[in-house]
Design a binder for this molecule. Sequence first.
Ligand SMILES: Cc1cc2nc3c(=O)[nH]c(=O)nc-3n(C[C@H](O)[C@H](O)[C@H](O)COP(=O)(O)OP(=O)(O)OC[C@H]3O[C@@H](n4cnc5c(N)ncnc54)[C@H](O)[C@@H]3O)c2cc1C
Length: 492
Amino acid sequence: MSKKVLITGAGIGGLATALRLAKKGFEVEIVEKNNQAGGRLNQIKKDGFTFDTGPSFFSMSYEFEEFARDCGIQLPFKYYSLDPLYSVHFSDNPKVFHLYKDLDKLAAQFDGIETDFKKKMEKYLKKSGRLFHDTVDLVIKNNFDSYLDYILTLMRVNPIHLPVLFRNFWQQVNQYFDSGEARQIISLVAFFLGRTPFDTMAVYTLLSYTEFKYDGYFNVEGGMYEIVKGFVKELEKENVKINYNVEITGFTANSQKLETLTDSTGRQWKADIFLVNADAAVFRNKVFKRPDFSDQKMAKKSWTMGYLTFYLGIKCKLPQVNHHNYYLGSNYVEYAGNIMQNPGTLEKPYYYVNVVSKHNPECAPEGCESLFFVCPVPNLLFKPDWSDRDAIVNSIIADFSQRIGKNIEREIVSKTIYTPEDWESRFNLYKGSGLGLSHNMDQIGALRPANFDEKYKNVFYVGASTLPGAGIPMAVISSKLAAERIVDYSKK
Ligand SMILES: Cc1cc2nc3c(=O)[nH]c(=O)nc-3n(C[C@H](O)[C@H](O)[C@H](O)COP(=O)(O)OP(=O)(O)OC[C@H]3O[C@@H](n4cnc5c(N)ncnc54)[C@H](O)[C@@H]3O)c2cc1C
């Protein structure tokens, strides 16, 4: 008889593992606290507009292709490469920088700004590429059974990279580039890990290689939520049931195994094996109440920043705005040095704007545009009070209007705002931390909350706060690592 796996959470990590396991003959069922699947990769439909709520593009498309091959399916969504990857605007410089993957086109953007840009970029990407290829299979796409296993694996990484361990992202970029513009633009990708270039390890400059060289960024036809819809359809074919509006709050267990998970109504959910896609640290804190994840210990961990996101439907077109845009100020070093902890940075916030309807016209009514703003902000540990959210949002709208030369304030017909409080309550994200645990030296690999449980041998974890880390491709890799654990366990 096939073993039953109960998955808590229908985020991308949970959905991907569900399909892998169903294809291997497990009986799979999912419980999800919200009324639709996707977790942070979600969708709002409102006032005739459609918005992606979290991710707006993804990298490492080959991870999805590998996933499809593993499951023996056609990938159930269509994606296309972004070119330029995105555009960057500075408040004190009228020049708009378009980030092309083609190094000649990219170098042309830095004419008169950074001498020998192309040569420097090639050298920088060569190093980032070596970092990537020397670590991806060993460290990122690997399960670790113990700290010793992890240390022995690290010892197999080429020692040529040792000096990088003692630098941060910003210092590494500064070794290759001289101009403020190049340094800021190349180091922006550190924000994609939920921290800043000043507190992200230099080893993560490997992300520059994945964005410019090893295969770039991708959008999904019809919007990012098509990924989730496609996965849910595939799961339906495998008879995997997703039970919505079910929040797990408790459990019953014997000394070795988890027996049931209990939801907020008291209903018990039984299975042979349990996979947790809810945040791996939060679940151990809130549901299992583990001493190693006590409230005090959780507050001492390093968490990624929060996000203030808002979704605007406007009744005009914005031909002057590109699809993906970063709007920076003129004080990058000071701003990035403070953003994690100091709400004062929100007086002049930096932000990202995605014109979702630019390539997906079906996301807005005729003649309209759907806009998605993301502003990095301190999480609730450092800014617990969001009563000023409307003032911050209005100041960003005013700044954006001024920069694009069109007052969009009076064009707004739909507005939805998520503060870190909303991110926390909707998806059980610790203190509204957008990407979960940070990727510090002491919170990666075997030092991250493990993808197998410390106490119950039939419990496993998948997603951003366990191995290997945050982001859509990492969730897909995480699903492979978790499925491997479950298959091994079920053979015992
Ligand atoms: C604003 C924002 C922008 C981002 N942009 C990008 C991007 O451009 N590209 C990219 O690659 N990544 C991006 N990310 C990161 C990416 O969204 C996440 O890393 C990824 O979606 C995490 O997936 P997951 O499966 O680990 O977790 P989640 O998506 O958090 O899924 C976990 C699920 O578990 C459910 N759950 C939690 N607790 C319980 C419980 N007790 N009972 C039942 N269900 C529960 C939650 O509701 C949720 O559905 C972004 C994130 C944010 C917040």
